[in-house]
Every structure is written in C-alpha cells, then in structure tokens.
Design a protein. Structure first.
Length: 144
C-alpha cells in the first residue's frame, strides 16, 4: 500500500457516496478504503451510473443514450442506484490500478482509451500525460 494523499473535498464526497453503497457484489466501503489507501495510483474517481459498449473496431465508448433520473426517484428512501466507478489513473500506474480493481468483485473492469476519454472529458489536450499508454486513460469498473 502507498501513503495516502490529501483528497479534495469534492473527491471525499464522491468516495462518501461509494461508501454508502453496498449492492450485489459491490461493497462500497471496501472499494473506497482501497482507493484512499492507494492514492498514488489514481488522480480522480467518480461514482455514477453509466454504461459502456464496445465498437466494431474494439474500442470502448460510453453509452450516451442512458440518461435516467432513477436516483431522483429513490433519494427519499435513502437509496442510490449507482453502479459505475470511473477512475483516472496516475500516469504509469495503470496496471497496478487495474490489479487493485480486480479484487473488488466487479462484473466489468475495462479501460477506455484517449479518443473516448478526450471526448467525454473536454478534449484530448488534457490527456497528454497518457500518450505512452493511450489505451488506458479511464478505468471503468461496473457492478451488476
């Protein structure tokens, strides 16, 4: 394990959502603790509900057709319907991060490359640090 770094307040809120969630194979407190204990492996993590699909050329893209408000419906019952963890790795730590995530009981652990990451994160210029590993820019972790 690595020495934990100071996380932003916004990142702590996201990890708090993850800690709040336990469903099927997702044990949110375990995943959040692992992320906190290994902050040198990642830059940011976002917990949401978004799908990915593989294109005919083998690339993974986010499924933009899914825009539901099921969480809005369920907040009054103290329930969140979140199932996807998106993690931007520290450059050079992709393999270690994927190995860490492989122990979280997810149904899918898949990398999204520079092209798609640039599209959804506001442009490829922000992803220059990943030019040596262009196929591993966002780690997508999904639980059924």
């Amino acid at each position: 394990m690595t020495t934990p770094a100071q996380l932003s307040k916004a990142q702590e809120l996201i990890l708090g959502l993850l800690e709040f969630t336990t469903a099927n194979n997702l044990i949110g407190p375990k995943v959040a603790a692992a992320l906190r204990a290994n902050t040198s492996l990642w830059r940011s993590a976002y917990f949401t509900s978004i799908g990915i699909e593989q294109t005919s050329d083998g690339a993974w893209i986010f499924n933009a057709t899914r825009h539901d408000l099921i969480n809005l419906r369920d907040l009054q019952t103290d329930s969140l319907q979140l199932d996807s963890l998106l993690i931007v790795p520290a450059p050079g730590a992709q393999n270690e991060l994927a190995a860490l995530a492989s122990g979280w009981g997810a149904d899918i652990v898949q990398w999204v490359g520079t092209s798609e990451a640039g599209r959804v994160m506001g442009g490829r210029r922000a992803l220059m640090d990943y030019s040596s590993c262009a196929d591993k820019v966002i780690l997508y972790v999904w639980w059924d």
